[in-house]
Design a protein around this ligand. Structure first.
Ligand code: SF4
Length: 311
């Protein structure tokens, strides 16, 4: 054990003085300066970076639509496969649009999307659909329409088909006839409406009304302008990519994927019993509804998104 001996030379007064003395500041040397490193700024993105990213994202969606459609074809019951393929792709495209819609509307640089229930200004146009979408419409009508509604629809389809069969898009627009599925200014097949119908979103309902009433002037105005005008690019591109994926899936299964006209195709789909069997056996079921010179993979003629990706 170590003995601690008091320090005789250190008196009580020394102790008080010691305690009263502020501690001496210990000089801490400043840290050695770090030599400044030359950090090069990141290179600016290439001119077309946004366009390339844009294109890549739509290719991913197209691929997803392709696999969703194939999955649906494999898992659906016989008789429901065609409708299942269309339904799976509709669902995917709606989900993607719902995910980006907030960004598009929140960009705040432009007016909000004007489309709302009760506005049907765009429902006088020719609509190109995938044949499997006609099957989905027929299935929906069979399940949800009453006999009276069904009979009234068939009458409207027959009358409109007689007027529109073989017409070009501009000739169809000149007729200014509403779609046969429009009832009290609402789409009666809204859950299964074609991808092309889902694609159209406008920021200016007044413009849509004017364009429907003046098809020639509207066509000239579309040609003369640089951008998409009041139309929103994102949903059009989403639905276009989904439609292309759906068409690819149809081709993989050996099914006809050429675009057909909505009125004639729906009329056929409702009239032909055992539609799926005929269609899958390669019968040209929808030949009478063909749109000569068009292809389902013709991309919409729309400008690329802006740099925020929210056009
Ligand atoms: S299917 Fe519906 S959304 Fe499409 S044009 Fe006809 S009424 Fe309008």
């Amino acid at each position: 054990m170590r003995e601690t001996k008091p320090d005789d030379a250190f008196s009580a007064a020394d102790a008080l003085a010691f305690l009263a003395t502020p501690p001496r500041a210990v000089a801490v040397p400043p840290p050695a300066p770090t030599p400044a490193r030359e950090v090069a700024p990141p290179p600016p993105p290439p001119e077309n970076a946004y366009a390339e990213a844009d294109k890549a994202s739509y290719r991913h969606l197209e691929t997803a639509a392709y696999y969703r459609a194939l999955d649906a074809a494999r898992s659906a019951k016989p008789g429901e496969r065609l409708a299942g393929m269309a339904g799976a792709v509709h669902k995917l495209a709606d989900e993607v649009w719902a995910n980006v819609r907030g960004d598009v509307e929140g960009a705040g640089k432009r007016p909000q999307i004007a489309c709302a229930a009760g506005c049907a200004a765009c429902c006088t146009q020719q609509v190109a659909i995938a044949p499997v979408e006609a099957a989905a419409i027929a299935q929906y009508v069979t399940r949800h329409f009453t006999d009276e509604e069904d009979a009234a629809l068939v009458t409207r389809l027959r009358a409109l088909d007689a007027e529109t069969r073989g017409k070009t898009a501009i000739e169809r627009a000149h007729l200014r006839q509403s779609c046969a599925f429009l009832v009290e200014n609402r789409c009666s097949i809204y859950p299964v409406r074609p991808l092309r119908c889902r694609a159209v979103h406008s920021r200016d309902a007044g413009y849509c009304g004017w364009a429907a009433a003046h098809p020639d002037e509207a066509a000239a105005e579309r040609k003369s302008r640089e951008g998409a005008g009041p139309y929103v690019v994102a949903p059009a591109k989403i639905m276009d990519a989904a439609l292309t994926g759906l068409a690819r899936a149809c081709r993989t299964l050996g099914l006809d994927a050429e675009s057909v006209e909505l009125t004639a195709a729906a009329r056929i789909a409702l009239a032909v019993p055992g539609l799926e069997e005929f269609f899958c056996s390669g019968e040209p079921v929808f030949a009478a509804a063909a749109l000569p010179g068009t292809s389902i993979e013709v991309a919409l003629d729309l400008p690329p998104m802006d740099k925020t990706g929210t056009t």
